[in-house]
Design a protein around this ligand. Structure first.
Ligand SMILES: *Cc1c(COP(=O)(O)O)cnc(C)c1O
Length: 360
């Protein structure tokens, strides 16, 4: 059977080249006589795979030496707890920008471990846009300011970042890491679950400025303690070895696309194909406000929910799968991460035009 164009929000489509290499190496990696899955995480051969993946991450994101790069477990959701547990300190407080469901969940999780202020929210507007903030909304004594750079469910993205002065900016980049150039120096912490734009599910990338280490709460579980994990090079316990190897293969592919700089141009082009169509059409209704539009998750509806369902069904019959919107929002969502080829978006655009002609 042919491969489909998979528009799933996560786990999501991966570069075919990475999958092919993994298939080739499945039974025997190099001269090891075994699969990467079967290797000790402390073996020389696996250490090379691990170190190479860290080096690629540093290279692609231009991560300075003053930041630690960690590969952890527990997903982005684990980090919702890890962040306050590592940064809040005793009696500290943090500012959150509530820009979507994951931001909201992260904010509520942090309330278990410290004082949390909601500095800005677009919840009342169904998260159709990134909330506006004023400098005065932020507490200059906060331990950190928390944002979600791309809101996967609603299809919104920060077009600019808040200026937080000396207060570290913490960013959940789960759904747009490696898709556009960010200056890592602007952040205290960047983290992302891998299953959207890094590789397979099972590993979480955490990039933390080293001066923020050393303040974990005494109740912080060891596996979420960034300081311990930095000291042990992410190997306090067995890391998700295969997921890290796969992430490395995906990054090798990304490097060949011109790195993050190269893929950003392609991502702008890909998302523009869809937004241009949405803007020209009197049939499709884009969900996110134009100034907040995501390049990774494009959300829209047809005139009614029954037609949305028909759209999803007919698209799937043409090999364009997983276009159903999140259960919170309904409608349609096309997730077009790095690994979605331009051809996939072009095929979707063709289908959308045909569907509109037939159903308007
Ligand atoms: C998917 C997602 C999460 C949740 O990730 P898990 O790895 O399932 O915990 C959190 N934040 C954002 C922005 C996401 O897209």
């Amino acid at each position: 059977m042919d491969r489909v164009f998979n528009f799933a929000a996560g786990p999501s489509t991966m570069p075919e080249e990475a999958l092919r290499t993994a298939a080739q190496e499945m039974l025997c990696y190099g001269s090891s006589g075994m699969s990467v899955m079967e290797m000790s995480h402390r073996s020389k051969m696996y250490s090379e795979i691990f170190d190479e993946t860290v080096a690629l991450t540093r290279e692609l994101m231009h991560i300075p030496d003053s930041y630690a790069v960690l590969w952890l477990q527990g997903g982005a959701t684990g980090q919702f707890a890890a962040i306050p547990l590592n940064l809040m300190g005793e009696n500290g407080s943090a500012d959150y920008i509530d820009s979507g469901n994951f931001a909201h969940i992260a904010m509520n999780e942090a309330k278990k471990y410290g004082r949390v202020r909601c500095a800005a929210s677009s919840r009342e507007e169904n998260y159709r846009r990134i909330p506006e903030w004023k400098q005065a909304d932020f507490d200059p004594n906060a331990k950190y300011v928390y944002i979600t750079t791309n809101n996967t469910i609603f299809g919104t993205r920060y077009a600019s970042l808040p200026e937080t002065g000396n207060v570290p900016l913490v960013a959940d980049m789960s759904s747009n890491i490696l898709s556009e150039v960010y200056d890592v120096n602007r952040f205290g912490v960047i983290y992302a679950g891998a299953q959207k734009n890094i590789g397979p599910a099972g590993v979480t990338l955490v990039i933390v400025r080293k001066d923020l280490l050393g303040h974990a709460s005494p109740i912080c579980p060891k596996v979420l303690d960034w300081t311990e994990m930095t000291e042990k090079d992410s190997m306090l316990n067995t890391p998700p070895t295969y997921a890290i190897y796969m992430a490395g293969l995906c990054m090798k592919w990304l490097k060949k696309q011109g790195g993050v700089e190269g893929i950003e141009k392609i991502n702008i082009e890909k998302s523009k194909l869809l937004y241009d169509l949405l803007d020209e059409s009197a049939f499709y209704i884009p969900k996110a406000e134009p100034t907040s539009r995501s390049r990774m998750n494009v959300t829209f509806t047809t005139p009614d929910p029954d037609t949305d369902a028909l759209f999803v069904k007919e698209a799937a019959a043409k090999g364009l799968v997983n276009l159903k919107g999140h259960r919170m929002t309904g409608g349609i969502r096309a997730s077009i991460y790095n690994a979605m080829p331009v051809e996939g978006v072009q095929a979707l655009v063709r289908f959308m035009k045909e569907f509109e002609t037939e159903h308007k």
